[in-house]
Each structure stands twice: as C-alpha cells, then as structure tokens.
Design a protein around this ligand. Structure first.
Ligand code: ZN
Length: 366
C-alpha cells in the first residue's frame, strides 16, 4: 500500500510522457521508436522556426537603417541609378626611359619665347610661393559645348577652352561606368579682382568648403585664375547642393581623372608639399600625359615639375601613358635677359608650357 502511494506521487510530478520513458533493460517497442522520431522532428522544426524568425526581424532592422538615408546628404537620383561603390582602378606606375630626343626627332626647328612666356601654359605652377600672372587668356563660357553628363552651377562660369573636350569625355565615361549623376561644375576662372574681394572675408558658412577655399587663398595665388581649375559639386533630386567629397561612386572621378588630363590638385598626403589641405572637389587641368603620370605615381604638381626639370633634349624623358601613347618630355631653362631658343621636332606635334617661374616644358607626342 505504501509502495503504491509512492508510485502515484512519482507519476504526478513527472513531465515526461509515459511512452517516452524507455526502460533500456527491455527491448524498445515500435511505438517508442515512433515517439522518439516525432519528438526529434518537432524539436528540429521548433529550432528552425526560432532561427528564421530572429533572422527575419534583424534583416528588417538593417533594411530600415539603409532605406532611410539623410536626404540632405544623399542625392536621390544617385541612389536609384548608381551602384554603391565604383571599383578602385589598378594603376601601374609609369616608367621613365631616358633618350636623346634630338636623335629621335631627326629634323628639328627652333621656337623662340620671351621670358614672360614662362608664366603661361597648362603646366604653370601656382601655389603659396608662385602667384599667377596669367589672366586666363583662353577662358570662355564652355557650357554650350558641354554634354548632358554634367552641368554648371550658374551662367557665365568660364574655363580654358582646352577643357571642354576632356571634361565631356570624362563625365561621359563616368556615366557609362557608374550611372547618371548630377555633377555640377561650381567654380571655374576667378579673376584677381574677385579673389581680392573674397580674401579674408567673414565666412557666411564655415562648413561651406567652396567659400572657405576662396576666403583662405591669397589674391593671385588661386589656381582658379589660370582658367585650368574647377570645383565640383553634386545636386540631389530636390535641386539642393550636397557637396562633392570624392567618396563612394565619385571616387571614380578622382581615381581616373588622370586619363583625361586632370588631377586632384590637393590631396591630404601631399599637403606639406602643396601647402594646402586636401580638397577633393578641386581639379586642375595639366594635360596628357602629365596627369596620367601624376595620378599613377601619386606626385603633386610641385614634385612632377621637379622631376621634369632633370630632363633636357639630349637626355629627355620618354614615357607611355596607360592607353599606349608615347611622349617625349624635356625642360628648357628660360633666359631672363633674352629670347629663349627651344628646339622642337619639325614633323611631330608638340606643346610648350611655362612652369610659372623659370623655364619651359616641352611635350612631344610620338
Ligand atoms: Zn577650387
């Protein structure tokens, strides 16, 4: 009687059903095998459901974070049509070969230049040390010749006429690689007088990088006076300017501009050489193949001109750009007292640019 009571108490407190209580001293019945299998399946399904539900809700949370961007900073046009990141290009360094250019040219002729001519040309170096004496003689409103892959922030933005073809090509290729975007040329040529007017002015908005660039650049030392420099901005779907930081898909422009004759003139890692903090939005035209060399070898304009100055016509630099075009480049010291004689090929295309302080850089297309 006592034993029977104990048995009843055990049955009352047990949560395991009778059919799962297997006595391993006895053979397992078919009913017990089936019960174990059903229980195993039930527990598996339960675990699977829990894992699925947890993943579903965490996924929804992540999506809500990315689908509600800050409208002020993210252009809606870009979100819809452009992949998030453009692939960083692999640019091999350009090797310099030293050659006797006079022998290579065969027939030559002589060009004469006044010393004042060192202050003009697409390679002039304008920085804290060397002011710009060139007043953008070739500047014009290029907006009528621009394609629809970029626009201008206002009427009357002037740039050197040589920029229109490479700008059109660069933004066309950007659109092909990354999709359509609202890229705007915000500033072009700025006269000395306009620089004087804005220099040291009280800023209206210190976070406006374009305004701060104008305020902090001493008159005559802005590259914008050359007509070869411009600033980029981005317009969102509502027509608001969001600023150009060269990040994400726009890094394509900063990485590839060297293929079109342009450089990002001020990079963070060269600020000690250029004397200017990094400015992702500020681009400068220097022409091919100089831009290709500078971008590939991460050389600033200051450093590049120092390299070129080591080469003369009898020991000239011969390089090949990334499209396989060959060039010969050499330097000729300017004569401050007299006309400078510059030997150039009689049959090949060439360009002569001043360096803005001491001489001339000759670029010959082979
Ligand atoms: Zn600028």
């Amino acid at each position: 009687m006592k034993e029977k009571n104990n048995d009843n108490t055990n049955k009352k407190h047990s949560i395991i059903p009778d059919f799962l209580k297997i006595d391993f001293t006895k053979p397992v019945t078919a009913r017990q095998q089936l019960a174990v299998m059903i229980t195993f399946l039930f527990v598996s399904c339960l675990l699977f459901t829990i894992v699925y539900v947890v993943q579903f809700f965490s996924g929804r949370q992540d999506q809500s974070k990315t689908s509600a961007p800050d409208k002020k900073n993210t252009p809606a046009v870009v979100e819809e049509s452009i992949p998030e990141e453009s692939e960083a290009p692999v640019r091999t360094r350009i090797t310099i070969e030293t050659i006797n250019a006079e022998e290579l040219f065969g027939e030559t002729k002589t060009e004469l230049r006044y010393f004042d001519d060192v202050y003009s040309g697409s390679l002039i170096l304008v920085n804290d040390k060397y002011s710009c004496r060139y007043e953008g003689e070739n500047v014009e409103d290029i907006s009528e010749d621009a394609n629809d892959k970029y626009s201008f922030a206002e009427d009357g933005i002037l740039l050197d006429s040589r920029l229109v073809t490479p700008l059109n090509k660069m933004f066309e290729d950007f659109a092909l690689s990354c999709g359509e975007a609202s890229i705007v040329v915000k500033n072009g040529y700025v006269s000395y007088e306009d620089q004087e007017e804005t220099y040291n002015k009280e800023p209206e908005d210190e976070s406006d990088c374009y305004e701060m660039e104008r305020i902090t650049t001493a008159p005559g030392h802005s590259e914008h006076q050359t007509g070869f420099a411009f600033d980029l901005d981005i317009k969102d779907a509502e027509g608001n300017y969001t600023g150009y930081d060269g990040q994400g898909l726009y890094s394509w422009i900063n990485d590839n501009c060297g293929d079109y004759g342009f450089i990002q003139r001020y990079t963070d890692d060269k600020s000690e050489v250029t004397g200017t903090d990094g400015k992702k939005w500020h681009f400068r035209y220097v022409g091919m193949p100089h831009s290709d060399y500078m971008v590939s070898d991460e050389a600033s304009l200051e450093e590049y001109i120092e390299i070129v100055k080591k080469y003369s016509i009898d020991k000239a630099m011969r390089i090949e750009d990334h499209s396989g075009n060959g060039y010969v480049i050499y330097y000729v010291e300017g004569d401050p007292e007299d006309l400078t004689e510059i030997t150039v090929p009689a049959e090949l295309d060439y360009e002569i640019s001043g360096d803005n302080y001491s001489g001339f850089i000759v670029t010959v297309r082979l």
